[in-house]
Design a protein around this ligand. Structure first.
Ligand code: KG4
Ligand code: ZN
Length: 347
């Protein structure tokens, strides 16, 4: 049996987790997530503050994860730490601490790609959320549509040309006067919205689109954000209109995500779709995805909110796969703002 400590510090949560098991049979022994609430005051993540907050919390967060798992550093088989993509200063805190633990206790070290972590999140709770599947990763920084033939074999089908899905939610939340990060507030507000009062066009969704078209799987959300801005400006009574605007925005964005994911699942004849990233917390998205794909006999897996947003359990889980592949990082492991997911195959 293998026991891995995961560490995640790529953005604004300091997180550590211990996982135990073999192959795809892995149990989560502990998961500690410390969210940095301070960024709310600024309406977005302030990198310098994030790095400092990681520095003050990384030691107690890791100690707590080890305690809750009733294990110690000497019983670990590996330390898996997120080293890309993300805020470099924030990533460096986790990477440096991971390296120090690995060096001082002679434990193998693994550098994990944050988005590969999101891919593994659903598998922590659902035994069947394993390849082959179509994956839609929707977070604050990324919107990726992937075909996953096997763990480590990822075909990138589509990405966003401008704003990420979560970023669009956050910007629209700001336009509607909601707190940051605003995704869940927009979803709440949209529940009371009238779907017929506003209509925003669906970005990059043409009825006659063909798989060979450049934008067949691609996303773009900045035009939708501008449409929301215009609707807000034109409104004579924003308090009365904002739920309807939120509803029209969310309907348009969800329609696009569902349609493109369905195209990918059909094109590769996949029976499973896996969602990941913070926007996967959106219950309306999950329900729409299920309703649409059930017709084709496709099962949709979503992680629970705690595992959909940034956490170290998903990093440790991806670490299991990389560890079993025989991968090891050296003490020269570095942090990178952006890198492609390892194992990408040509589209
Ligand atoms: O994966 P994540 O925790 O961090 C990144 O790696 O970016 O995703 C955070 C994003 C934010 O943009 C947040 O607004 C969004 O996930 N989010 C949601 C919901 N809950 C979180 N978006 C839409 N609906 C939600 N219920
Ligand atoms: Zn993330």
């Amino acid at each position: 049996m293998t026991r891995i400590l995961g560490i995640e510090t790529s953005c604004d949560e300091t997180s550590a987790a211990v996982l135990e098991g073999d192959g795809d049979d892995v149990a989560q022994k502990s998961l500690v997530i410390l969210s940095q609430d301070i960024h709310r005051v600024f309406g977005g993540v302030v990198p310098e503050i994030a790095s400092r907050a990681h520095l003050t919390s990384i030691v107690p967060v890791v100690e707590r994860a080890l305690e809750e798992a009733e294990t110690s550093l000497d019983d670990l088989d590996a330390v898996a730490v997120t080293n890309t993509p993300g805020l470099v200063g924030a990533l460096l805190v986790g990477v440096s601490y991971g390296k120090a633990l690995a060096f001082s206790h002679d434990i193998p070290l693994l550098g994990i790609h944050h988005m590969e972590g999101h891919l593994f999140a659903a598998a922590l709770e659902h035994r069947d959320a394993v390849p082959p599947f179509t994956a839609l990763l929707v977070s604050g920084g990324h919107t990726l549509l992937l075909d996953v033939e096997a763990w480590g074999k990822y075909r990138l089908l589509g990405a966003t040309r401008d704003d990420a899905a979560g970023e669009a939610f956050d910007k629209v939340a700001k336009l509607l006067g909601l707190p940051y990060p605003g995704g869940r507030y927009v979803e709440q507000l949209a529940r009371d919205g009238d779907p017929k009062r506003f209509h925003f066009s669906r970005p990059m969704l043409r009825k006659n689109a063909l798989p060979a078209d450049e934008d067949y799987y691609a996303f773009s959300f900045s035009g939708l954000k501008t449409a929301v801005l215009n609707a807000v400006r034109a409104s004579k009574n924003i308090d009365a209109d904002k739920a309807d605007i939120a509803r029209a925005f969310q309907d348009s964005l969800i329609d696009t995500l569902v349609e493109k994911t369905s195209r990918a699942a059909n094109a590769f004849s996949r029976q499973r779709v896996v969602l990941g990233g913070g926007v996967a917390c959106n219950g309306t998205l999950a329900a729409a995805m299920r309703a649409r794909l059930a017709r084709d006999g496709v099962t949709v897996f979503t992680p629970t909110p705690r595992l959909a947003t940034d956490n170290a359990a998903m990093i440790a889980r991806a670490g299991f796969f990389r560890f079993e592949q025989g991968e090891r990082a050296g003490l020269d492991l570095n942090a990178y703002a952006s890198r492609p997911i390892p194992g990408l195959v040509a589209a």
